[in-house]
Design a protein around this ligand. Sequence first.
Ligand SMILES: NC(=O)c1ccc[n+]([C@@H]2O[C@H](COP(=O)([O-])OP(=O)(O)OC[C@H]3O[C@@H](n4cnc5c(N)ncnc54)[C@H](OP(=O)(O)O)[C@@H]3O)[C@@H](O)[C@H]2O)c1
Length: 287
Amino acid sequence: MRVLITGAFGQLGFALYDALSKNDQYEILRTGRSIPYGQEGIALDIQNQVYLKEVVHSTRPDIIINLAAMTNVDACERNPELAGEINVAGLQHICDSFSGKIIHLSTDYVFNGKCGPYTEEDQVCPISTYGKTKLASERILLDNDVNNLVIRGNVLYDNSPHTKASFLNWVLSSLKGNQEINVVEDQINNPTWTRSMADIIELSITNDLSGIIHWGDADHINRYDFAIKIAEKFSLDASLIKPILTEDLKQTAPRPLQSGLVTTKLVKILDVVPPSINDCLDEITQL
Ligand SMILES: NC(=O)c1ccc[n+]([C@@H]2O[C@H](COP(=O)([O-])OP(=O)(O)OC[C@H]3O[C@@H](n4cnc5c(N)ncnc54)[C@H](OP(=O)(O)O)[C@@H]3O)[C@@H](O)[C@H]2O)c1
């Protein structure tokens, strides 16, 4: 099966490549806005509809996994036009260029964060530009073909050197540099290791899932407590981590506070167990 991945050189892209390349039934075509030094792939900007069509036509994938997105939530708020061009129009271009199955990553930011964790049936109500663009993309994808799949995730983390914006890497590099950090104690999610999400994407392919599904790891925890766990697992100085409230950070985009994703539906369908943060961090320390 030929799988084309967009945004393949981002945080989740590397984990997904690792997961799929263990199985030789997949021929993986990695595409990215730019190809990092030493990596192999096809340069593909999903804003470029003409070139996107050419790439799809010449590579003839069986399935496309769209990881390409403008993921910086504050940057989306400052530049909603660009966020719309990448997160919404970009996905529309993929739908217009390809008639096979598309798996698309979305987010718990489609909810307002007043009463999470959320199930797939809960009312969406995004409060940021990022969330609004991701919700619009979900609707385009499922209106295009009901066999497509939206996987919503939240707080993906990784310790890959390729990752630009991982919470785990930020905490580790700050504490290793003896730098104090302020971490919010009023945002609750179920942080999810990219390997866990990548495994679920692969299972979604083999089980031909469609519609909307939620995936997140087992522990619902606030960001401050998560940072403390990271410090303890990596034997770093947890006293450098100071709790702060989201409103005191004065970020450009509002954040859902009581959020996170309920995974009961997927647990039932796939007979899987979400891993705990402790187990994931233990494995990461062994890498
Ligand atoms: N990170 C999370 O906590 C989280 C949570 C829920 C859902 N998700 C979703 O999961 C997916 C993957 O996220 P991630 O964590 O891997 O984020 P990421 O590390 O920011 O990766 C996104 C990738 O998309 C690429 N990209 C941006 N604009 C593009 C364009 N116009 N054409 C082609 N590629 C483009 C980026 O390339 P550049 O490096 O050139 O910008 C980057 O490689 C996204 O859809 C995101 O919304 C993420």
